[in-house]
Write a protein that binds this ligand. Sequence first.
Ligand code: HEM
Length: 351
Amino acid sequence: MAEGDRIPLDAQSVDAPLSRFAVFLVVTVDASDSALEQVRDVVTEIDDLIKTVGFRDLAAHLSCVVGIGSTLWDRLSPRARPSELHPFPVIAGARHTAPSTPGDLLFHIRADRADLVFEFERLLLDSLRGAVTVASETQGFRYFDARDVLGFVDGTANPVGAELAGAVLIGDEDPDFAGGSYVVVQKYLHDLDTWAKLSTEEQEAVIGRTKLDNVELDDAPGPQFAHKTLSTIDDGHGGELDILRDNMPFGRPGHGEFGTYFIGYSRALWVIERMLERMFIGEPAGFHDRILDVSTALTGTTFFVPSRPVLVGLADGDDGGDDEADAGEPAAPPASAALDAADESLGIGSL
Ligand code: HEM
C-alpha cells in the first residue's frame, strides 16, 4: 500500500484527485423543522459515512463535498452568511438560456470505484430519507484521457499546485468563511449528431484546442471567440482568474442521451457567473459560445461549500459568532484555523 493510500480524504476536500467515477446528487430539503434537524445531523457527520465506506478500499480515494444552497444556508445558520451566496441567476442570451433550477444540497461524491460511490450514495440517501427530495442525480465517468463526449480533453487549464488554493478557497475577503468555496453545477445534454457534422477543424475552433493532441489554438480574427477564450476572465492586472472544474461525461446511448455534467469551484462566485454571461450572452453580445449550439443546459444551481470546520460547526446551529448559548458546544474554530485546515487538506500535486 502506498503512503497516500493510507490517508482517508476529509469531507470538503474540494481538491480531491480526479476520479474515475462520480455522482452529482442535488436534493431539496423539506420545509419542516424535523427535516432540517435530520439534514443538519447528516451533513455535519458526513466524515463518519466517508470513513464507513471509504475505509473498505482507501486506494479508491472516496471523497464527498457538501454544498449548501442559499435558502438552506439561512435555515441552518441564520446569523451570518457567505458574502456572495445567492441562488443561480437565469442567464438569457439571444439564442441560449442557462436555467436556474432548485437545490438545497449538493453531494459531489468521487472515487475510483463505481461500487464505493454507489454504496456511499445509497447509505447517504437512507440517512436522509423522509427529509429530502432528489432534484437531480447524475452518474459521471472518466472517458479515455479525460475527454468529454464531444471528444476533447476537458480540464487541462485547471489551476494546479500553489495556484489552486488561491483560485478556489475564500481568504481574508470573507474571514468567517475562509477556507470555503462556491460551486456551480449545470447538467448539459449534447446533440452529438449535429456536432459530428462539423469538421474537426470547425470543432477545434469552437473549443479553442486541437482535438487529438490538446494544444491551445489562437482565436481566428473577428468577433467570434472560442470556448476557452470566452471562459477566460481577466483579473485586471494581466492575469487570469481561474476556477477548478471536475466535469464528467454521462450518458445512456440506448436512449440517445449524451452529456457533460459541469461543476466549477471558485473562491469568487462572480467569476463563474461572468464566464456564463460571456458564454450565453456573448462577448461581444450576440456572439455566444458555439459549444451551446450543441449543448443544452437542463439545470443550474449554486452552492456554498463550507470548510470542514465550519461544516462541523453547523451541528449546533453555530455560525462562528460568539454566543453564550454555544458554551460547552464544539464551536467552529476561528477563520484562520479554517483556512489552515483547508490548506492542510490540499493534496498539492493531486490533480
Ligand atoms: C475549457 C469543455 C462548460 C469553463 C474547456 C475545454 C473544454 C471544455 C474541452 C478546453 C480544455 C480545458 O482547459 O479544460 C466544456 C464542455 C462544457 C463546458 C463540454 C459543457 C457543455 C463550461 C462552463 C464553464 C466552463 C459552463 C464556466 C462557467 C471553462 C474554463 C476553461 C474551459 C474556465 C479553461 C479556459 C482556459 O483558461 O483555457 N471547457 N466546457 N466550461 N472551460 Fe469549459
